[in-house]
Design a binder for this molecule. Structure first.
Ligand code: KG4
Ligand code: ZN
Length: 340
């Protein structure tokens, strides 16, 4: 089955061509980051307009890269939620219209299921059951994955998502957008012994997170110090250590609670080096294994949407050709995949 996939949930326009047996044939992406330099964050209306501009050229480019034509396609997968409504509508409209025009099925994919399954695009992948830590700009979830399509939430952020906390803290330190990579880079110059930030909610049972207090902690620390470049790096370091440690403690709990030995970590924040180093230590101690998507598929991409869409299409699912999006869509409300 040859699938064309479209991802437009936020500020990346992405397209992929995926074959159910041959794997990923092509993927292309256009990031809107430069559009938002002067705003310090995504502007939803600009995002939708830019998706509309970039989508068709990216589709043409990807088909050419895969040496395929529109008539070779057997199905279309597009992100139908969660995300920015206008941005989602652009991808859904193009995806459904193409499917209608070509007379082939289409499926709306859950963006976070895409992230969750992204490591499965690699040769060495986790096999369910496993625990998944999904950490992006919009979500922080610990998920018990019994099998593909069968998800139980073990914990989630009660306020800011991990990536959002990185972005907001970076912004108040005067770093660019998206702040995660910039803050993490600056933290490498920081001294761990200068500031100690709290590890939120780790003294309470359960796997929920709360990150919004850490940015306030960072702001107060910044306002009280001499505001040198070294101070900035020390704060970045203390912030990153606190977020990473908190995630580590909650992952350990989730693994203990489920008794699973495999951990999958995905979403933009899974690119964080410090997080990867600490999780490697944890999983070595537990004699378990940790799996990540390849770096370029940690952040938003269409390859993960193609993979997730393909699993559901192969299981016989498809959506109507109505333009349907779900800007808010809990992972637990996904239709189960029946069979093995
Ligand atoms: O998954 P993603 O590309 O988009 C969403 O679906 O939200 O995640 C983007 C988020 C941003 O908040 C970004 O700052 C964060 O991932 N991020 C990082 C790193 N790389 C990206 N956060 C911390 N460390 C990184 N190296
Ligand atoms: Zn994402």
């Amino acid at each position: 089955m040859l699938i064309l996939a479209i991802e437009t949930s936020c500020d990346d326009t992405a397209v992929a061509i995926y074959h159910s047996q041959q794997g990923l044939l092509a993927h292309a992406q256009y990031s809107q980051i430069e559009l938002y330099n002067e705003f310090g964050g995504v502007v939803p209306e600009l995002a939708s307009r830019d998706h509309a501009r970039k989508l068709l050229p990216l589709i043409k480019h990807s088909l050419k890269q895969a040496n395929k034509t529109l008539s070779d396609l057997n199905a279309i997968a597009y992100t139908s939620g969660p995300g920015l409504v206008g941005a989602l509508l652009t991808g859904s409209a193009v995806g459904s219209s193409l499917a209608y025009g070509l007379g082939i099925p289409s499926i709306g994919v859950h963006h976070m299921e895409g992230h969750l399954l992204a490591p499965m695009l690699e040769a060495k992948a986790a096999k369910p059951p496993f625990v998944a830590l999904l950490v992006s700009g919009g979500h922080t979830l610990l998920v018990c994955v019994n099998k593909i399509g069968d998800y139980q939430i073990l914990g989630e952020s009660l306020d800011d998502a991990a990536g959002e906390a990185f972005d907001k803290t970076a912004k108040l330190l005067g770093l660019g957008y998206p702040g995660g990579p910039a803050l993490s880079k600056l933290a490498e110059q920081g001294d761990t012994s200068v500031y100690k930030f709290p590890r939120p909610m780790t003294n309470r049972p359960g796997c929920d997170f709360s990150f919004s207090g850490l940015k306030t902690f960072a702001l107060n620390t910044w306002q009280k110090c001499t505001q040198t470049e070294q101070d900035k790096a020390n704060i970045a370091r203390a912030f990153e250590d606190a977020v990473v440690d908190t995630m580590l403690i909650k992952c350990k709990r989730a693994l203990e609670q489920t008794g699973f030995s495999q951990l999958v970590v995905a979403g933009g924040v899974s690119a964080n080096k410090q997080l990867r180093a600490k999780l490697a230590e944890l999983m070595a101690q537990r004699e378990g294994e940790v799996f990540y998507p390849r770096l370029e598929f940690c952040t938003d991409n269409a390859a993960m949407i193609a993979y997730a869409g393909c699993q559901r299409l192969l299981a016989g699912q498809q959506d109507s050709l109505n333009i349907n999006v779900r800007p808010r869509w809990p992972l637990t409300e996904l239709v189960k995949i029946t069979g093995d």
